[in-house]
Design a protein around this ligand. Structure first.
Ligand code: C5P
Length: 428
């Protein structure tokens, strides 16, 4: 058996549900891979499985209550929360999911989750109707937003006879997800450490002027229709917020997005690529650093109809599109007042190669290569992973929240920034 979890400390929370009978096997599988496992049973869970069983399989005392002086003396609840490298709640009932989503601390399990800095995973297990209920779905969405890992659930026949989503994943499937979560948190930890070591202190970018583009552009076809893309603007807004927090003067040029303006940032709203181009060039010449994070539409309609286009008899509609100006290439091509220019390359394959080509072709100083084929990163996600490339180097920043990533990117960009970087110097 491969020891993929050697010395990893897993705190397993078991809540009330018929799937609790599988939790003993889950403990066994985790231990087989080298993990140390401690178990918390909620009151309801004890109706399905006994502390004695879990004590036997885990080899550790099982915790059931915050009000048990003997257990608290052995390992108090705060100590238990700090002990864990990962907390896994499996099965996670609709009730425990609701309590976690609302930050409640009304039993030992929810208190430990609230008191722990470790990543937390929940493996939902409940009747399919309860799982599909809008309240449960909203609670799960909240947990996702708070960076909880959600394991499953699977679909199939349920203990109550219903068929649908809500079955807890099988122990071996859960183990594979635990391995992934542990690996992610190890990578994240090392990124946080590097980031802390190279952290630019707040206020240290005072006097530096940034212009950042963000979001999609919309290219009108007629008064009611347009061409656009899925960019949410979150990455660009996070970059603007990070630079402003570090004391820089920030102008954010944004396409149509549903985001609040970060504190201390000057925002200019635009709709089309042409409008973004005009606003960006005007701001760029007064900037030290330009970051093109917007997903600019490459093409626009050659003619925008002045009235709503009508359905014709034909099954086809021909649109003639013409190229939009390349904003970042125009900024990087400036002579006298050229800012240090950083682009983004959203790609779905051969990501680093395409990004390097773009770095050269657009004459950029740096480019952020972004693999948007990953389901949990890129467009519309709250997380992202990128590789920052420059002429003779690169640095990869692992999957993390766009907020944390933005702080690392602004730090790295400002470390590489050189006020004298002109087009000719960059390309020589
Ligand atoms: O060529 P591509 O769209 O992949 O390049 C992406 C980079 O170029 C991003 O930094 C984006 O903001 C910028 N871009 C631009 N104007 C365009 C197209 C892309 O500034 N018309």
């Amino acid at each position: 058996m491969q020891q993929t979890l050697t010395a990893k400390r897993i705190l397993l929370g078991i809540s009330g549900g018929i799937a609790a009978y599988k939790s003993a096997d889950l403990v066994r599988r985790l231990k087989e891979r080298g993990a140390e496992v401690r178990v918390i049973l909620t009151d309801a869970a004890q109706q399905f499985i006994t502390p004695l069983t879990l004590q036997a399989v885990s080899g550790n005392p099982v915790s059931t209550s915050m009000l048990d002086p003997a257990a608290e003396a052995a390992m108090g609840h705060i100590e238990l929360a700090k002990w864990a490298d990962l907390i896994v709640v499996a099965p996670a009932s609709a009730d425990v999911i609701a309590r976690l989503a609302h930050g409640m601390a009304n039993d030992l399990l929810t208190t430990c989750v609230l008191a722990s800095a470790a990543p937390v995973a929940v493996a939902p297990a409940m009747n399919q109707q309860m799982y599909n209920n809008i309240a449960t779905q909203q609670n799960l969405a909240t947990l996702k937003k708070h960076n909880f890992h959600i394991y499953g659930p699977g679909a199939g026949e349920q203990a109550c006879g219903d068929v649908g989503y809500g079955r807890m994943l099988e122990p071996l499937e859960l183990v594979a997800l635990v391995e992934q979560s542990i690996e992610q948190s190890t990578i994240k930890q090392s990124v946080i450490q590097t980031h802390e070591q190279s952290q630019v202190p707040a206020g240290s970018l005072a006097g530096l002027r940034f212009t950042i583009t963000a979001g999609p552009t919309r290219e009108a076809l007629d008064p009611v229709r347009y061409l656009s893309n899925h960019s949410s603007g979150k990455m660009g807004f996070a970059l603007a917020a990070a630079a402003a927090t570090m004391g820089a003067e920030v102008t954010l040029i944004s396409g149509p997005v549903q985001l609040a303006t970060p504190a201390g940032v000057k925002r200019i709203d635009v709709i089309s690529a042409q409008q973004m181009h005009d606003a960006a060039l005007k701001a760029a010449v007064k900037s030290d650093i330009f970051i093109g994070c917007a997903a600019v539409a490459d093409y626009r309609a050659a003619d925008v109809a002045s009235n709503k286009l009508k359905k014709g008899a034909s099954n086809e509609l021909q649109l003639t599109l013409i190229k939009n100006p390349d904003i970042i290439a125009a900024v990087a091509g400036l002579h006298e007042l050229r800012p240090f220019t950083v682009g983004f390359a959203a790609e779905t394959q051969d990501v680093l190669n395409y990004a390097r080509q773009k770095l050269l072709k657009k004459k950029l100083d740096m480019i952020c290569a972004n693999d948007v084929s990953q389901p949990d990163a890129g467009f519309n996600s709250d997380q992202n992973a990128v590789t920052l490339l420059w002429q003779d180097g690169e640095q990869t920043l692992a999957l993390q929240s766009k907020t944390a990533l933005a702080a690392s990117l602004i730090t790295l960009i400002s470390q590489h920034y050189s006020p004298k970087s002109t087009t000719s110097e960059v390309t020589k």
